[in-house]
Design a protein around this ligand. Structure first.
Ligand code: UD1
Ligand code: MG
Length: 458
């Protein structure tokens, strides 16, 4: 395709039925504004110009998109009054190239695929190309009217249809490719003499036909690609479809999912061979799984790198962490940002680890907080250990050598260092460095007071 491509995304709609203060096109599908999905899809076509027509809540829409895309990627056209889809595209006219083609997309139709758009562009031959669909219940949509030669000659909006036209099941999805050479004249020729008093973009199709131009079409491969969002019910419907599509891709790539309808992929998940994911897991950000990773039910994982043969048991929460091969996590473990687990380490139930590394084969199995710490290899951290890293103002570091054994219920008051091979007696409050290869105990001595009970009993 050697011709110049302009893309116009209509995003001026109010979205009243969303019942929300957020402009409609900023409502998310899978954590990402609908408009962002559409822009990202459009960008894959490498257009010369990508124009967003904005209106209601425009400042918020603009500033949100400017945080995501660079300034030279997007052009903005204001439609201050919503006078119809034809008027909306007309607002972008001054920004369009004089030659080449314009593809019209919608900020509230987020699941259109790049493949479908490419097949429309492939049919373009200095004419109009529409994307159509065939629906069992076409009510509400513009109908595709064909002449006796089966050529498309017009689109009639539901409210303007005759009873005969209402029976047509071929509908206009609203996606088109137009030749820029003709577009300005067509848009300027539109009238709003119709049942809604709007300037219909659909009337351009009729005008093109009158000028003997062929109206070509592509049929939408999946109905969800052309489904728009007007309310929260439709938003939820597309959200589920989005995740199901992602889940299908994972299954095709060889990941085992116990129920593809109970997984949320809100970011990018890549997986090696023989990974198994149980139900109700949520993945966000960039998550990388090696081979043979087993993930139990209800885990929430974002931005993590998880190596081969790792097992993550149910209800574990992992964020900005890296886990080396053979490690075992959970159930109910929480790995916070900066948690680094070395090979074959174990982190068990009700253990929180933040900004800390756990060495090869080390175990932190029960009811423990590890923060701002470095733990060596083959260490055993007893149940209920707390690294006391915070004095209310500053954070301090705990360093634990190799082959250390920390008895249960110990408080390690940072900054503090525990030497290699040290043994800390259970219940110790360690405030000074502990020597290597020695037993250190820091707790009140146990006493038995003989006869006390008999004396105090009346
Ligand atoms: C439009 C089509 C209809 C098609 C349907 C598919 C027209 C006249 N009709 O109808 O044939 O079957 O889409 O969903 O085009 N918008 C603006 N500015 C405006 C008006 C609309 O930006 O002045 C945006 C809206 O935010 C929305 C989109 O354009 O994203 C479609 O507008 P809408 O009025 O919902 O079109 P429909 O009546 O659904
Ligand atoms: Mg309308």
């Amino acid at each position: 395709m050697s011709q110049k491509l302009n893309v116009v995304i209509l995003a001026a709609g109010k979205g009243k039925r969303m019942n929300s203060s957020l402009p409609k096109v900023l409502h998310p599908i899978s954590n990402k504004p609908m408009l962002q999905h559409v822009i990202e899809t459009a960008k894959q076509l490498s257009p010369q110009k990508l124009i967003v027509v904005y209106g209601h809540g425009g400042d918020v829409v603009q500033s949100k998109m400017q945080q995501i895309f660079t300034n030279n990627e997007l052009l903005w056209a204001l439609q201050d009054q919503q006078l119809g889809t034809g008027h909306a595209v007309k607002c972008a006219l001054p920004l369009l190239d004089n030659e080449g083609m314009t593809l019209v997309l919608y900020g509230d139709v987020p699941l259109i695929s790049v493949e479908t758009l490419q097949s429309m562009l492939a049919k373009y031959n200095n004419n109009v190309v529409m994307l159509t669909d065939e629906l069992v219940n076409p009510h509400g949509y513009g109908r595709v009217v064909r002449n006796e030669n089966k050529q498309i000659c017009a689109i009639v909006e539901e409210k303007d249809t005759t009873s005969e036209q209402k029976l047509i099941r071929e509908i206009n999805t609203g996606f088109y490719v137009f030749p820029n050479q003709n577009l300005a004249a067509w848009l300027n020729a539109l009238s709003n003499d119709n049942s809604q008093g709007e300037y219909y973009l659909t009337d351009v199709v009729g005008l093109a036909h009158q000028q003997q131009m062929t109206i070509d079409y592509v049929k939408s491969p999946y109905s969800y690609e052309v489904m728009g969002v007007n309310n929260k019910l439709q938003l939820e419907e597309l959200e589920r479809i989005y995740h199901l599509n992602q889940a299908n891709k994972l299954l095709e790539s060889g990941v085992t999912l116990l129920d593809k309808s109970r997984i949320d992929l809100r970011g990018e998940l890549t997986a090696g061979q023989d990974c198994v994911i149980d139900v109700n897991c949520v993945f966000s950000g960039k998550v990388i799984l090696g081979n043979n990773v087993q993930i139990g039910a209800g885990c929430i994982i974002s931005n993590a790198t998880i190596a081969d043969n790792v097992t993550i048991k149910s209800y574990s929460i992992i964020e900005d962490a890296s886990i080396a091969s053979g490690a075992q996590i959970g159930p109910y473990a929480r790995l916070r940002p900066g948690a680094k687990l070395a090979a074959n380490s174990h982190v068990g139930n009700f253990v929180e680890i933040k900004n800390s590394s756990v060495g090869v084969g080390s175990k932190v199995n029960h009811l423990t907080y590890i923060g701002d710490s470095e733990i060596g290899d083959k260490v055993n951290i007893g149940a209920g250990t707390v690294t006391c890293n915070y004095d209310g103002k500053n954070k301090f570091k705990t360093t634990i050598g190799n082959n250390v054994f920390i008895g249960s219920g110990s408080m390690l008051v940072a900054p503090v260092q525990i030497g290699d091979g040290a043994l800390i007696g259970a219940g110790s409050v360690i405030t000074k460095n502990a020597a290597e290869n020695e037993l250190t105990v820091a707790r009140a001595k146990q006493v038995t007071i003989n006869g006390w009970l008999t004396k105090n009993k009346k």
